[in-house]
Design a protein around this ligand. Structure first.
Ligand code: ATR
Length: 279
């Protein structure tokens, strides 16, 4: 019987996940379908119960349900538990098991373009949900020095305080971070600053960017944000948010099927569809 997968969120019509996963099911000859489900805040419990009852094999979870979903699951992976958010659910032997592939997906995508070592000094701009997943996954993977620059310092302080992994972290204001920018090898932009339609906004001046530094932005609409344009102009290596999106999807696909899919194909497929859709 055809297996059912999907994604739940509000809004959901913009999601590229159906395009990405349905193509993979076709490529790997898996008799399955991935469907976008529009689930409003108050309907989450009923929706999850329904998906379980109709034997949905697995689903992704997106805004605004990534935290609340945890109360409706049977088991939660320890890293997802620490992050406090689930983006992937596997339905296995009658149990719904939650994982977070966002942070790991970011790292997997990054690894293809930048080598993270023991001595890598990281600056994360932003301290929201995405920053948390990336921060905890990096600390979990052994990155030792990760600083923050966020509009609201208190939010960054909370992330650092609640991190269960050993990592050295400081919080800087925008001005302080701009001044000491040359001490970082890797800068990760996780805020919504620069996202379409405000494509000329940048959360940080890169005037003091160090030689050999790498700048990653998790935004992929536009594909090249103002901060990435600036970084490129200064000769730095850059990466947009498409890799994180593709690799979080690849890791979810692997959890559902046991196959780690062709991420080059996935990226090409998403790029092809991005032209006609808002993301
Ligand atoms: P996500 O889940 O995508 O990370 P989020 O949890 O709402 O979204 O986090 C958004 C991040 O972008 C926060 O760090 C936010 O800063 P605050 O903690 O001060 O709210 C940051 N952000 C959003 N708009 C911003 C702006 N105009 N200038 C600076 N930072 C901004």
């Amino acid at each position: 019987m055809k297996k059912l997968f999907g994604v739940i969120g509000d809004p959901i019509s913009h999601s590229m996940s159906p395009v990405m996963h349905n193509d993979l099911f076709m490529v790997y000859g898996i008799d399955a379908h991935y469907h976008p489900f529009h689930v409003k805040r108050g309907d989450l419990g009923a929706a999850v119960q329904g998906l379980k009852a109709i034997n949905c094999s697995g689903f992704n979870v997106t805004v605004p349900h990534k935290t609340e979903i945890m109360t409706f699951l049977d088991e939660i992976d320890p890293l997802a538990e620490a992050i406090g958010a689930v983006n992937t659910v596997v339905h296995e032997e009658g149990k719904l098991i939650g994982y977070n592939t966002d942070g790991h997906g970011f790292l997997e995508g990054l690894k293809r373009k930048f080598t993270v070592s023991d001595s890598t000094k990281v600056l994360i701009i932003g301290a929201g949900g995405a920053a948390k997943a990336i921060f905890y996954s990096m600390a979990h993977a052994g990155v030792k020095h990760i600083d923050f620059c966020n509009r609201t310092a208190e939010k960054a302080a909370q992330l650092i305080e609640s991190c269960p992994f050993t990592v050295q972290s400081n919080i800087y204001t925008r001005e302080e971070a701009e001044k000491r920018l040359s001490s970082y090898n890797l800068i990760i932009q996780t805020t919504s600053v620069g996202m379409s339609p405000n494509i000329d906004d940048s959360p940080l001046s890169l005037e003091n960017l160090g030689t050999g530094a790498f700048v990653s932005d998790i935004i992929y609409n536009p594909l090249e944000t103002a901060i990435l344009r600036d970084a490129k102009r200064r000769g730095a290596g850059t990466q947009n948010g498409l890799d994180m999106f593709v690799f979080q999807g690849a890791l979810a696909f692997e959890k559902w099927t046991g196959i780690f899919p062709d991420t080059v194909r996935m990226k090409q497929n998403v790029l092809k569809h991005l032209g006609g859709k808002k993301c």
